[in-house]
Write a protein that binds this ligand. Structure first.
Ligand code: AMP
Length: 112
């Protein structure tokens, strides 16, 4: 989709520090990391919010991709947090769904 920063990353128009890619999903480091480990997993098709998502397998793939990367990077056993923000109250700033994976430190609850 035009004017979507994450579609531009998928297309290669904007650089990103990629961690994993297949035909359906892309994972890359968050530019504004909120934890020692912070990456995003996005679908390669444009879906604006999780309210618009209908493909259960794709959402499952995003989660499994995140856990696989956490395992590969050695912080899965200690733990991590997976978050998908939705719309303004959820704090979503990029309108292309993305799963945050945060780790490498103790998470607090509730989040701000
Ligand atoms: P959210 O607030 O849930 O929509 O999260 C959007 C996330 O995308 C933020 O954590 C940003 O730091 C991150 N972000 C925005 N632009 C980029 C980019 N070009 N490369 C990597 N991460 C980005």
């Amino acid at each position: 989709m035009e004017n979507c920063i994450f579609c531009s990353i998928i297309n290669g128009d904007i650089p990103a520090e990629k961690l994993y890619e297949d035909d359906q999903v892309l994972a890359f480091k968050d530019v504004n990391a909120q934890a020692p480990e912070h990456f995003l997993v996005i679908p390669k098709i444009h879906i604006s919010t999780v309210n618009d998502a209908t493909d259960e397998a794709l959402l499952g793939r995003m989660n499994i991709t995140a856990s696989n990367i956490a395992k590969e990077h050695g912080f899965a056993e200690k733990g991590y947090r997976l978050v998908m923000n939705c719309n303004s109250d959820g704090g979503q700033t990029v309108s292309h769904i993305h799963l945050h994976c945060l780790g490498g430190r103790q998470m607090t609850w509730p989040p701000g």
